[in-house]
Design a protein around this ligand. Structure first.
Ligand SMILES: [Zn+2]
Length: 108
């Protein structure tokens, strides 16, 4: 096989930085956001490991849990596209992108 070199360069690739799916920032505190809240998933008989997760910064996740109910998140906002389509989310993202990453963003 003549593909050895390719494999080597693949390993040398630096790991891409993790960015928040909503605001696109490389936030220091990234979390796995469950697109369906865990309590709602259980109610619907979805196993925890089967709930899709996305990388989200703590600020955006805090905003979502404060702004929307678990039922809304589970039933209407269970994709990144659906979240991005909400005006509240767009406004928050615009605002949070102007905040310095080092500063803890208070959403409460
Ligand atoms: Zn974010």
């Amino acid at each position: 096989m003549a593909r050895k070199r390719e494999t080597e360069s693949w390993y040398a690739e630096p790991k891409p930085p993790e960015v928040c799916v909503l605001c696109g920032r490389e936030a220091p505190s990234m979390t796995d956001h469950h697109l369906v809240p865990k309590s709602q998933g259980r109610r619907q008989g979805v196993k925890l490991g089967e709930i899709p997760t996305v990388k989200m910064c703590a600020a955006c996740q805090g905003f979502l849990t404060k702004t929307f109910s678990n039922a809304e998140l589970a039933n209407e906002l269970n994709t990144v596209e659906a979240l991005q389509a909400r005006e509240e989310v767009q406004k928050f993202v615009k605002w949070v992108q102007k905040q310095p990453l080092t500063k803890g963003v208070r959403v409460h």
